[in-house]
Design a protein around this ligand. Structure first.
Ligand code: IPM
Ligand code: MG
Length: 352
């Protein structure tokens, strides 16, 4: 089969990790007889430097006409002085919004070989950990009205029932296919938008009797994640809460460099990116962990292309490379420290 993939390399380590992911997809194409066509487009800091805006209209158009979008990471101190609407991150937010990608799936899974890389004590970690954070991605504080006035500055957290309903449905669907347990995280003791959020989640729960549901306030959830992460299976939460909790959940796995993400809308088109940032401090030093981006291609194969066997092959190859002791510098513990390229080659060699 033939698939068009828009590629946004982005800033900092973005190009290095994207290169690794493209190599993996090309290998999958050779092995399984698919043709992946890559169209490179600009967004983020590089787009600002070359076109003056973080998301040129042509980029959004190419993304809209693709089967999937692969993104490295955007941003860096170079663009820190720019006003909010011209920052690199704004380009990413505009893509998410422009493509209607309201549902962000962030799996935090601990690979056996990396058990000792987790900062949690072994007795808390147990043998494995497998949590998915479902983060609402096109509403809430990220997209509410914001500004400054005489009194100060403000951002608005606003959710419509329809916005909550669709993310809740996605979360219940994911939970149903996994461990059958969903934890809704909000701040309903303080926020009105959270009270609406919880009402709608409870209403949607009626459609999923097979999924057990509990609720936690976001501050408590942040604590519970490190106290007893095994109580979680699938977590659903609002945009900013999900941003924070997914970083926290990622660290349970030993390194934020390991975590992939999928951003989905109503159709098949999705955006796939590692959850880490552009890490300008190590850009170009061959130290970046490419596995978060490589694992994002597995999610692309699974969710946008419906190629489960190929997705499992990529995940299996990553697991084998880790089992065989390959470690980028962010992965502490036993093993041999390797460069971005060596790690990528190790995955490619194991991709059968
Ligand atoms: C993420 C990132 C982005 C976000 C930034 C870069 C805008 O932190 O994808 O988690 O906050 O959504
Ligand atoms: Mg984040």
């Amino acid at each position: 089969m033939k698939f068009n993939i828009a590629v946004i390399e982005g800033d900092g380590i973005g190009p290095e990790v994207t290169r690794a992911a493209v190599a993996v997809l090309e290998r999958v194409g050779e092995r399984y007889g698919h043709h992946f066509e890559f169209n490179y487009v600009l967004a983020g800091g590089r787009a600002i430097d070359e076109t003056g805006v973080p998301l040129p209209a042509s980029t959004l158009e190419v993304c809209q006409n693709s089967d999937a979008v692969l993104l490295g990471a955007v941003g860096g101190p170079k663009w820190d002085q720019l006003p909010g609407h011209l920052r690199p991150e704004k380009g990413l937010l505009q893509i998410r919004q422009g493509l209607g990608l309201f549902g962000n799936i962030r799996p935090a899974k601990v690979f056996k070989a990396l058990k000792e890389a987790s900062p949690l004590k072994p007795e808390i970690m147990g043998d494995s950990l497998d949590i998915v954070v479902i983060r609402e991605l096109t509403g809430g504080l990220y997209f509410g009205k914001r500004g400054r006035d005489e009194a100060g500055a403000y951002d608005t957290m606003r959710y419509s029932e329809a916005e909550v309903r669709r993310i809740a449905r996605l979360a219940f669907e994911v939970a149903k296919k996994r461990g059958g347990h969903l934890t809704n995280v909000d701040k309903m003791n303080v926020l009105e938008s959270s009270r609406l959020w919880r009402e709608v989640v409870l209403e949607v729960a009626g459609e999923y009797p097979e999924v057990t549901l509990n609720h936690q306030l976001v501050d408590n959830a942040a604590m519970q994640l490190v106290r007893d992460p095994h109580q979680f299976d699938t977590i659903v939460t609002a945009n900013l809460f999900g941003d924070i909790l997914s970083d926290e959940a990622s660290m349970l796995t030993g390194s934020i460099g390991m975590l992939p993400s999928a951003s989905l809308g109503e159709g098949r088109l999705g955006l796939y990116e590692p959850i880490h940032g552009s890490a300008p401090d190590i850009a170009g030093e061959h130290k970046a962990n490419p596995l978060g981006t490589i694992l994002s291609t597995a999610l692309m194969l699974r969710y946008s292309f419906d190629l489960e066997e190929e997705a499992l092959a990529v995940e299996g190859a990553v697991e084998k490379a880790l089992d065989d002791g390959y470690r980028t510098p962010d992965l502490k513990g036993l093993g041999r420290t390797v460069t971005t390229e060596e790690m990528t080659d190790a995955v490619l060699e194991r991709l059968v």
